[in-house]
Design a protein around this ligand. Structure first.
Ligand code: HEC
Length: 201
């Protein structure tokens, strides 16, 4: 009988040995995801469908030719319905939306407003030191950039559709996909730009 040690060493060798494993093709990955994803509640099979922009980014490994990227970004930009007037909402509501993580999951009511889950990827307020690092730090964002109408428009647009500015951005398109409302996005703009917000302390 094989001792535990031999078995362990054998397994380690198997895992560590540099056997060339072919990368699965995109089609194969799609097939496996469709096989293993179980639709439930609001999380239906369409969650696995990529739109044209995502397909371009997948096919080019996140680096589409510059001209194509610029054209598709312009196209995404056109779809942002910028509201008139000040885009600065209420930073206190914005804090709740940025901190919270509910929404879009199968067991949740799609009629209730979602949160932004911004801290999954960004640090921002010193009151919340634990944060993800996929996105850049947003600490003192408004202090550094000001809150001019142009800056408000940029932040609103970025949250509404990050791909309008950076085609293969990893940031979700919160307005475009309908997961955040216009009022919620304005509250987030306030959270980042309002001098009174803890982000800018
Ligand atoms: C899945 C990760 C992820 C989430 C969640 C996320 N972001 Fe981002 N965000 C990024 C990445 C990556 C970038 C940088 C690349 C880019 O510009 O698209 C970015 C860029 C930004 C920028 C531009 C920063 C600059 O220096 O100009 C802002 C503003 C921003 N995010 C705000 C938010 C807000 C507000 C939320 C929550 C509603 C949020 N992000 C949620 C990943 C994320």
């Amino acid at each position: 009988m094989m001792s535990r040690w031999t078995l362990g060493a054998g397994l380690a060798a198997l895992v560590l040995s540099p056997v060339a494993v072919a990368e699965p093709s995109d089609r194969e990955v799609q097939r496996i995801m469709k096989r293993d994803f179980h639709p439930k509640g609001q999380a239906k099979m369409d969650r696995l469908e990529q739109d044209a922009v995502q397909r371009v980014c997948t096919a080019t490994n996140g680096k589409p030719p510059e001209m194509l990227a610029k054209a598709l970004e312009a196209d995404q930009y056109k779809s942002i319905p910028f509201p008139q007037g000040s885009l600065i909402g209420n930073w206190k509501n914005g804090a709740k939306i940025a901190w919270g993580g509910r929404g879009m999951q199968w067991h949740e009511d799609p009629k209730k407003p979602s949160d932004g889950g911004c801290y999954n990827c960004h640090e921002a307020s010193p009151l919340r030191p634990s944060a993800g690092t996929i996105g850049p730090s947003l600490k003192a964002f408004g202090k550094a950039r000001g809150s001019s109408p142009e800056m408000q428009k940029y932040v609103y647009g970025k949250i509404y559709n990050a791909k309008a500015y950076n085609l293969c951005s990893e940031m979700p398109r919160f307005g475009h996909t309908g997961s955040l409302t216009d009022a919620q996005i304005r509250d987030l703009v306030a959270y980042l730009l309002d001098p009174a917000s803890p982000v800018n302390q």
